[in-house]
Design a protein around this ligand. Structure first.
Ligand code: FES
Ligand SMILES: [Fe+2]
Length: 460
């Protein structure tokens, strides 16, 4: 048994750079993740556009809990655990659809679109009218929407979704608060990979380092901003940004202001045309910085297990299946006001690169399985892992929230802060403790190094 107070605190070093490999392997630590990370965080469910009408539903997971997300008759979105209060059967086996109620296969208990128990066969005759249906609804989760992106949490003490997204929300607005907003195209593609979920979350939060190496062959095919880093000959131009509550991302810019993307040919041309046509209005509504971020390739993670890439426009959830396996769910991220044929072109790039047989998905999956399964070795497992790239070079920025690496996007700042927050969450007894630990961390954040530095940052 792990001693939570002694041993857990040592699993990740104070600055997040060194990690005990058991956090990517151990069943006992995974059980704690279910309790302390997945049952307490805001987890991505789906996009509102996927369930537009009353009766529409989508089935997903929150941690390993099976969950139904449904639009109720009054138009509100509810989420509840997909397990009957009678003998536990799954009450809905479909991935999505439209229903008037959820009726359990086993004995026919019927639940409303809000998860309440509406009907019990033989209620009078066999239960003698003594069953208290109001206590036997499906276990509810809190649901909140951020600009149409639906998240759920099981924890009544968790801060509101905007408080949880915090500084990251300011950045997300660069593409979610554009005229018309953003949406996802579904249904998600689902792939099983035998790896620990955190390797993927870290990879998406800021691993430009692997792009030119792991994907060297893919970079040749894709071209653009990836071709510039092929073979790891130079760091990626741009910023790495880590915000509070463990979220973070890379924004890679092209120095000449042209539109970086991983689209190709006609799709690249149409995408670039679209981005350029929106830059001005975004600058007016959201300011110059977010207009600049709008015209960047992003790789990002919203803590704990939702990641996305802008400029390739894939949106992922790393669904956990134990410490050594996950299911990767992939949607396509588009802007609502894009013409339909452009949306379909973007879906095509996403499927070609990050779908089930995607050009880049396969490269990553192989690495993540290697990262995970080498820990099978008893001696191997004793060697901690190291994510110290750029340590001490992070700084705050006069115009941009969070901590940044502004020299280049190639850094492991966001890895460290993701893992640091993971550690804070896994050690904390309550959300009050988590928030206090975040405040302590923020108080130690470095400020811009000098006036010249500040001026240079403002000019960038
Ligand atoms: S298990 Fe659902 S009705 Fe019996
Ligand atoms: Fe990758």
């Amino acid at each position: 048994m792990l001693d939570v107070n002694k041993e857990l605190r040592g699993l990740v070093s104070e600055d997040g750079a060194v990690q005990d490999r058991r956090i990517y392997w151990d069943q006992e630590i995974f059980e704690l993740e279910l309790e302390r990370i997945f049952a307490r965080s805001w987890l991505f469910l789906t996009h509102e556009s996927q369930i537009p009408n009353p009766g529409d539903f989508f089935t997903t997971y929150m941690g390993q809990d099976r969950v139904i997300v449904a639009r109720a008759a009054d138009g509100t979105v509810k989420a509840f655990v997909n397990s009957c209060a009678h003998r536990g059967n799954q009450v809905c086996y479909a991935d999505s659809g439209n229903v008037r109620s959820f009726v359990c296969n086993y004995h026919g208990w019927a639940y409303g679109l809000d998860g309440s128990l509406a009907g019990v066969p033989l209620e009078k005759e066999a239960y003698y009218g003594e069953i208290n249906k109001s206590e036997l609804g499906l276990i509810p989760a809190r649901v909140e929407s951020y600009r149409g992106f639906l998240f759920g949490t099981f924890d009544p003490q968790a801060p509101s979704l905007p408080e949880y997204l915090a500084e990251m929300a300011w950045y997300l607005d660069s593409f979610m608060a554009v005229p018309g907003g953003a949406e996802l195209l579904g249904p998600p593609i689902k792939v099983r990979i035998k790896a620990n979920w955190k390797f993927f979350a870290e990879n998406f939060i800021g691993d430009w380092y692997h792009v030119g190496w792991t994907h060297a062959a893919g970079c040749t095919v894709i071209g653009g901003v990836t071709a510039a880093v092929k073979g790891n000959v130079r760091p990626a131009p741009g910023y790495q940004i880590s915000t509070n509550f463990g979220h973070g991302f890379n924004a890679a810019f092209l120095p000449d202001g042209s539109v970086p993307s991983l689209h190709q040919g006609e799709i690249e041309r149409r995408y670039a045309e679209w981005v350029k046509s929106r830059e001005k209005v975004i600058a007016q509504e959201l300011g110059e910085w977010r207009s600049k971020l709008y015209n960047a390739v992003w790789d990002a993670t919203i803590f704990p297990n939702c990641s996305f890439l802008r400029g390739i426009d894939t949106w992922k959830v790393w669904q956990v299946r134990g410490p050594r396996e996950l299911e990767v769910w992939t949607w396509t991220l588009v802007e609502k006001e894009m013409p339909d044929d452009l949306k379909e072109m973007i879906r095509h790039t996403n499927e070609k690169t990050f779908g089930a047989a995607g050009l880049l998905e396969g490269d990553d999956g192989e690495n993540m399985e290697g990262n995970t399964w080498t820990a099978e070795g008893y001696i191997t497992r004793k060697r901690p892992l190291y994510a110290g790239m750029g340590r001490g070079h992070e700084r705050s920025h006069p115009a941009l929230p969070g901590l940044l690496n502004t020299d280049q996007a190639t850094s492991e700042l966001a890895h460290r802060r993701f893992l640091k927050f993971w550690s804070q969450m896994i050690c904390a007894e309550s959300w009050d403790e988590i928030i206090e630990a975040q405040h302590r961390l923020a108080a130690t954040a470095p400020s811009p190094r000098s006036d010249e530095d500040r001026a240079a940052a403002m000019g960038k």
